[in-house]
Design a protein around this ligand. Structure first.
Ligand SMILES: [Zn+2]
Length: 134
């Protein structure tokens, strides 16, 4: 998840870890700014996607939530924000340009390993891009 962490640092978004059963990652308001909280107990590929998703909220200027709740609980953002943040994260971690050159050469599992994402995230991405297997 190092590159996602580096991107957050580069953008000046503070990142903190905590243990939770409520969220994988969350974009919260700290004072007048946003910060990303990461659940240190989450599976690493999920954590990585979640941090990329939260970076999406920050970069796309979505309002941070006011408390430390994830996507499932607590104050809700409009769902459109989460869909946008998911698209941002997918493009950040699995760029269409790279995948379009590689998807037919590797199995889905191999692609997931290559891009350091979960098999599920890769399957969704390939489907979104229309790179479907026979
Ligand atoms: Zn979100």
């Amino acid at each position: 998840m190092e590159n996602a962490v580096r991107i957050a640092a580069h953008l000046g978004i503070p990142l903190f870890e905590s243990a939770s059963d409520q969220f994988d990652a969350v974009f919260v308001r700290v004072g007048s700014k946003g910060a990303i909280g990461v659940n240190r107990n989450a599976y690493w590929a999920r954590r990585r996607f979640s941090v990329a998703h939260e970076i999406g909220h920050a970069v796309l200027n979505h309002p941070p939530v006011n408390a430390c709740y994830g996507e499932g609980a607590g104050p809700k953002r409009p769902r459109i924000y989460d869909r946008e943040a998911d698209r941002f994260a997918a493009e950040l971690l699995m760029p269409k340009l790279f995948l379009s050159r590689e998807w037919f050469r590797y199995s889905d599992d191999a692609l997931a390993k290559r891009y350091h994402v979960s098999n599920q995230a890769m399957e969704i991405r390939l489907r979104e891009l229309g790179f479907l297997r026979e």
